[in-house]
Design a protein around this ligand. Structure first.
Ligand SMILES: O=C([C@H](O)CO)[C@H](O)[C@H](O)COP(=O)(O)O
Length: 211
C-alpha cells in the first residue's frame, strides 16, 4: 500500500516547499487539478526536476483528446496521469495506448460514477493501471466519503490496482487501510495540518503496519 500526497491549493514554490518537508514519508506526489489549472504542466515539470526520485502524478482528470493529453503530461515528466471514468471508452483506450507507448501509467478517477461495480469491471478490462474511488470536495462538504465504494471495487477488480481519495484524515485512515487499497491519496489531511511532516510520517507508519 502506497501513500500519495495531493497538492491542490499551492503554487509551484509552495509545492516545492511542501514536498521538501514530507518527501521521505510519501511514495507519490500529485500535482492536483487546481495547480495544473493555475500553473499549467510547468508545475509537473518543475516538481519532477526538483524531486526526480519521487513518482509524480498529474491530476488532469482527462475527459477527451486523451492520447494527446497523456502525451503532453508524459513529456512534462508525469509518471501517472488521471483520466475520468465518465469519459468515453475510446478515450480511456486512447489514454492507455499512449501511456503504454510512453511507459507511463493511467489512474482512472471514478468521481461522479453511479454504477461503481459495472464501470470498474469495464475499466479493468480496458487495461487501466489504477481505479480510484473519489469523493470530491463538493460531496465531502455534505459529509460523504468513498469507503463503501472502495469495498465495491475491491470485489470486482482483478487486474488494476485500487485507490481511494477524498477527505481522508489520520482519524479515518485505519478504516481505509482495513479495506486494503493499493494506493491512499491524501491532500488536506496532510497539507491542512500545522505539522505536515508529522502528519505524513504518522500516516506512512499506519500504512506500513497495515500493508
Ligand atoms: O482530486 C482532488 C480534488 O478533486 C481537487 O482536485 C484532490 O486531490 C483529492 O480529493 C485529495 O484531496 P483531499 O480530499 O483534500 O484529501
Amino acid at each position: 500500500m502506497k501513500l500519495q500526497l495531493a497538492l491542490d491549493l499551492v503554487d509551484i514554490p509552495g509545492a516545492k516547499q511542501l514536498v521538501a518537508e514530507v518527501q521521505e514519508h510519501i511514495d507519490i506526489v500529485e500535482i492536483g487539478t487546481p495547480v495544473v489549472i493555475n500553473e499549467g504542466l510547468r508545475a509537473v515539470k518543475e516538481i519532477k526536476e526538483a524531486f526526480p526520485s519521487l513518482t509524480v502524478l498529474a491530476d488532469l482528470k482527462i475527459m477527451d483528446a486523451a492520447g494527446y493529453e497523456v502525451m503532453k503530461a508524459s513529456e512534462a515528466g508525469a509518471d501517472i496521469i488521471t483520466v475520468l471514468a465518465a469519459a468515453e471508452d475510446m478515450s480511456i483506450k486512447g489514454a492507455v495506448e499512449e501511456a503504454r507507448k510512453q511507459k507511463k501509467q493511467i489512474l482512472v478517477d471514478m468521481i461522479g460514477i453511479k454504477d461503481i461495480e459495472g464501470r470498474a469491471k469495464e475499466l479493468d478490462a480496458m487495461g487501466v493501471d489504477y481505479i480510484c474511488v473519489h469523493t470530491g470536495y463538493d460531496l465531502q462538504a455534505v459529509g460523504q466519503n468513498s469507503f463503501e465504494d472502495l469495498k465495491k471495487i475491491k470485489r470486482v477488480v482483478k487486474n488494476a490496482k485500487t485507490a481511494i481519495a477524498g477527505g481522508i484524515k489520520l482519524s479515518t485512515l485505519p478504516e481505509v487501510i482495513k479495506a486494503q487499497p493499493d494506493l491512499v491519496i491524501v491532500g488536506g489531511g496532510i497539507t491542512g495540518q500545522e505539522d505536515k511532516k508529522a502528519a505524513a510520517a504518522e500516516m506512512q507508519k499506519l500504512i506500513k503496519q497495515g500493508a
